[in-house]
Design a protein around this ligand. Structure first.
Ligand code: NAD
Length: 347
């Protein structure tokens, strides 16, 4: 694999290939930027096709973390690690401790956190070998599950977007939530509490049925969610949902949800704008969980973290106002604002 020639290479500060034969560990750690602080980012455990596939993911995801931390106003850079292993079959506590030693060798330039395929127990195992890991269990000094914070940030941003675009509060606003997992369920609960009229979709029929009972939500098939005739669409399942084929079917005027990487490609931001849809950049509105796990490494108390969380809708308002003024899409404005924070010299 040619790292420097990869389309996902973005002048990353450091890319490490880590190995431990005794435990079978093979991992890539990518530090995109430490301009604003240590590079924090999840440790993803996945059965990658090969090491090029794994390295590409580490390069792409670590870059995204730099933008996310910068836009959330955190003194953190962006990094990500990937372990080439099937989390169900290959992962062991010994392997995770070896990963902890690999993180330790970076002397705090990279701080690991939970990601797909990893659990709080894995963070605890890594913490046996390094202090540079967050997302640990409360018994080990961690903050536990960050998803309620993610949901709260999305809720606050969604409320701000509705006020801005529709000039109203959430009472009676029609919102479709797709994906009722850790984040989506909490979001639906908060929206219901604020009087929104909910439509929900999830591949798990039992969870959708439970939401119908708990929130009076209308349940629709997952394939119908994007086209639902609602005011707001909140994607909280998988990313990559908006593309040249799906955007013409969009039913909502506002998109504000937790899913990562919602735009399949950058041009989809322009396609959404051309359709008159207000897209709230995913990595801006879903930063609540990052703010939560950043608490221990940054020595932030809960009040300071909450203030950061509650600042997310103000950042969104700034981005949307600049987008309306300049004609650039919200995603372009958010990227430029993040870049001004972590690479001011580059403009
Ligand atoms: P989760 O795994 O707890 O929940 C996902 C839910 O989506 C599940 O209920 C699942 O059944 C459902 N789902 C899966 N595929 C679906 C499909 N095609 N159509 C409809 N429903 C489907 O995940 P989560 O932690 O709630 O995260 C949701 C999204 O938000 C993910 O994209 C994640 O990357 C992103 N995110 C999460 C956090 C966090 O703090 N958990 C932070 C930032 C971003």
């Amino acid at each position: 694999m040619h790292v420097f020639d990869s389309p996902d290479f973005d002048d990353h500060e450091q890319v490490i290939f880590a190995s431990d034969a005794a435990t079978g560990l093979r991992a890539v750690i990518a530090v995109h930027s430490t301009a604003l602080g240590p590079a924090l980012g999840g440790c993803r455990i996945h059965a990658y096709a090969d090491e090029a596939d794994a390295a590409r993911d580490a390069l792409r995801l670590s870059r995204g973390m730099t933008y996310k931390a910068a836009l959330a106003g955190l003194a953190l850079g962006g990094g990500k690690s990937v372990v080439l292993a099937d989390p169900a079959r290959d992962k062991t506590p010994a392997m995770m401790r070896a990963m902890g030693r690999a993180v330790e060798r970076l002397s705090g330039r990279y701080i690991a956190a939970e990601d797909m395929g990893a659990t709080v127990a894995d963070m605890d195992a890594m913490a046996d070998e390094t202090a540079h890991v967050t997302g640990r269990s409360p018994e080990r000094g961690g903050v536990g599950d960050p998803s309620p914070w993610t949901a709260r940030g999305v809720f606050l941003c969604l409320e701000a977007a509705v006020r801005l675009r529709l000039g109203r509060g959430l009472a009676g606003a029609r919102v479709c939530v797709k994906g009722l997992g850790s984040v989506g369920w909490k979001l639906a609960e908060a929206l219901h509490g604020a009087g929104a009229a909910l439509t929900v979709a999830d591949i798990r029929d039992d969870v959708a049925a439970r939401a119908a009972g708990a929130f009076g939500a209308a349940v629709i098939p997952v394939e119908a969610a994007l086209a639902a005739e609602v005011d707001v669409y909140a994607p909280c399942a998988m990313g990559g949902e908006f593309n040249i084929d799906t955007i013409p079917a969009l039913g909502a005027q506002i998109i504000c949800g937790a899913a990562n990487n919602q735009l399949a490609e950058a041009a989809d931001g322009g396609r959404l704008a051309a359709r008159g849809a207000l897209y709230c950049p995913d990595y801006l509105v879903n930063a609540g969980g990052l703010i939560r796990v950043a608490q221990p490494p940054l020595g932030m108390d809960e009040g300071a973290a909450l203030a950061r969380l509650e600042a997310l809708p103000r950042t969104l308002e700034t981005v949307l106002a600049e987008s309306a003024r300049s004609g650039a899409t919200p995603a372009e404005v958010a990227d430029a604002l993040a870049r001004r924070r972590f690479a001011p010299a580059a403009g």
